[in-house]
Design a protein. Structure first.
Length: 182
């Protein structure tokens, strides 16, 4: 039996192909594992969440049906490996949500964006605030609303037949105002 036997070559090609396939399949899971970390630590990852206000309520909801975990801002917290939904209650009327996947021995950072204020001045019935076509909130004219920084589309309803469309950028720690004139 030698390296020139056609059957031997076929067996070796199949074996190399199978080994390559196994390597490709298992590489993503093994990539995050720290081979030096003790076995007990390989079940956990770290989560760090930074919010604009220290008193914001942060909850990690497990996607596996486990008990929700309350955590504090600006602290590293050891969390079991798995999928979670980070929910940060910032104002009574606004919750920031972001899904994350915690992997073994890795640190995951979630930084909640800063907030600014917006007000529409003038005579109108109500204002619909949209972002990427989805309704964020609605407010009355003259009311100040705190929103995460970003670009928003406003539908200012003046009467049943008259609406005004406006785009506004909410900037951190600023009051953005839109004046409506008839």
């Amino acid at each position: 039996m030698g390296g020139t036997d056609p059957v031997w070559r076929l067996v070796m090609k199949k074996l190399i192909g199978i080994l390559f396939l196994l390597l490709v399949i298992t590489a993503p899971e093994a990539q995050a594992l720290d081979p030096v970390a003790p076995r007990g630590e390989r079940k956990y990852g770290m989560v760090y969440i930074e919010t604009p206000n220290k008193d914001d309520k942060i909850v990690l909801e497990s996607q596996r049906g486990e008990k929700d975990q309350k955590i504090s801002s600006l602290k590293d917290v050891q969390i079991k490996v798995g999928d979670y939904l980070v929910k940060v209650t910032i104002k009574p009327d606004y919750t920031y949500e972001q899904p994350i996947t915690v992997r073994p021995t890795e640190r995951h950072e979630v930084i909640v964006p800063g907030f600014g204020n917006m007000r529409v001045n003038g005579k109108c019935k109500e204002v619909l605030v949209l972002q990427e076509g989805k309704k964020v909130t609605k407010l009355k004219c003259g009311e100040i609303r705190t929103l995460p920084r970003g670009i928003y589309d406003l539908k200012i309803i003046i009467s049943k037949r008259i609406t005004l469309d406006q785009t506004i950028a909410v900037v951190t720690n600023t009051l953005r105002e839109v004046d409506v004139r008839r």
